[in-house]
Design a protein around this ligand. Structure first.
Ligand SMILES: Cc1c2[nH]c(c1CCC(=O)O)Cc1[nH]c(c(CCC(=O)O)c1C)Cc1[nH]c(c(CCC(=O)O)c1C)Cc1[nH]c(c(C)c1CCC(=O)O)C2
Length: 353
């Protein structure tokens, strides 16, 4: 007797399932009216740190659409916050942090306090795992079908926000500092590499069945810096996870990396690589090992636009990946103004085979 495996987990472990499993980056978010309703009640960090709320927000999209994956509701900036960096999410502006630009700034942070600070997140995961593996169906998702995904920001992307102190298109201060004070920048990346690996392992111990490493700004780096600050840390984090939790898949997302994504996919040891909107999935598939699972990569604006154009493009991506392990997703997060019906239509389209 073999238990029916969860489609997303099976795919992340290398099985070519058909139709492909589907979930969407930022599926738990502002495009859902039920998310916006909870948003009135508490600020963002409180929502992340209150298990009742985080569990609810994680499950909202599953109840409506029955995606194959439930991604933990949290944020990549919870790690620096847990180390003691000041963090505020300012409506209309995004995250604002007390910039860390010197060794003295770094010395004020304490990785030793992370485990305790993120304990509510671990409680959220324990509760979510009990729910996804419980006897009750979650909306249209069948019982036992949903895979629980944990995540963290990759060291370079988290360093971008830590050093810059806010979002940016170019992160000039961060990239300049990597050149003017490489010793400091290397220590920051090193600290983030070990603490990110620890946090992802803790998420797995709390119930995450797969983990994703978001490197949203990796594409800003030239190849030599990309190898040093993107590929090397991802390789170390994956090796630590593999050693402590063999068999738990790691998804890497080197966003905007262009051709360097191929090197990332070949060298980091990740089980799966998420591709951004600009990548030609088929062309990448031809250049990486057939065992590397690919995830992606419909343009989020296609989902905003909806209609036959969205369905045609979604089918084209799905069908081009047939026969190889593929997780259907977007090339970046769901746009907050996306009509929820478009998301429902997309999930139905992927599964219509
Ligand atoms: C760079 C980055 C961040 N956070 C994240 C990334 C990497 C992915 C990407 O490139 O989008 C990752 C993230 N952020 C959030 C999740 C939760 C799970 C999910 O994907 O649904 C995940 C996986 C919730 C969130 N994180 C944030 C929100 C919106 C805050 C709110 O509701 O007030 C959500 C739902 C806030 C956030 N968090 C961050 C920014 C820049 C912002 C402000 C901009 C924005 O609002 O989108 C940092």
């Amino acid at each position: 007797m073999t238990a029916t495996r969860k489609p997303l987990l099976a795919t992340l472990l290398g099985e070519a399932t058909w139709p492909p499993p589907v979930w969407l980056m930022r599926q738990a978010g502002r495009f859902l009216p039920e998310f916006r309703a909870l948003r009135e009640k508490a600020d963002f960090i409180t929502r992340c740190m209150t298990p009742d709320m985080a569990v609810e927000i994680t499950l909202q999209p599953i109840r409506r659409f029955g995606m194959d994956g439930a991604i933990l509701f949290s944020d990549i900036l919870i790690l620096p916050w847990a180390m003691g960096q000041s963090l505020e999410f300012v409506p209309g502006r995004g995250p604002v942090l007390g910039a860390v630009r010197s060794q003295a700034d770094l010395d004020r942070l304490d990785p030793g306090r992370v485990a305790q600070a993120v304990e509510p997140v671990m409680q959220t995961l324990r509760r979510l795992r009990a729910i996804v593996d419980g006897p009750e169906a979650i909306g249209p998702a069948r019982p036992g079908q949903v895979t629980l995904i944990g995540f963290a920001g990759a060291p370079f992307t988290v360093a971008c926000y830590m050093v810059e102190g806010h979002g940016s298109r170019e992160f000039e201060e961060t990239r300049k500092l990597a050149y003017t004070d490489p010793a400091f920048f290397d220590r920051l990346i090193d600290l983030l590499t070990t603490s990110t690996a620890d946090m992802l392992c803790a998420q797995i111990e709390a119930g995450a069945e797969a983990v994703m490493l978001f490197d949203s700004w990796s594409g800003l780096l030239p190849p030599s810096q990309f190898r040093k600050h993107v590929i090397e840390p991802a390789k170390r984090i994956t090796a630590i996870i593999n050693a402590r939790h063999p068999g738990v898949p790691v998804i890497g997302f080197p966003r905007l990396a262009g051709l360097m994504a191929v090197e990332y996919g070949r060298e980091t040891g990740v089980n799966a690589m998420a591709l951004d909107t600009g990548a030609d999935m088929k062309a990448v598939a031809d250049k990486v090992p057939g065992t590397l699972v690919l995830q992606g990569n419909l343009d989020p604006i296609r989902v905003l636009a909806g209609g036959e154009g969205m369905r045609t493009e979604a089918r084209a991506i799905r069908d081009a990946m047939k026969g190889r392990p593929h997780v259907f997703n977007l090339g970046h997060g769901v746009i907050p103004t996306t009509p929820p019906e478009h998301v429902g239509d997309l999930i139905k389209t992927i599964r219509e085979v």
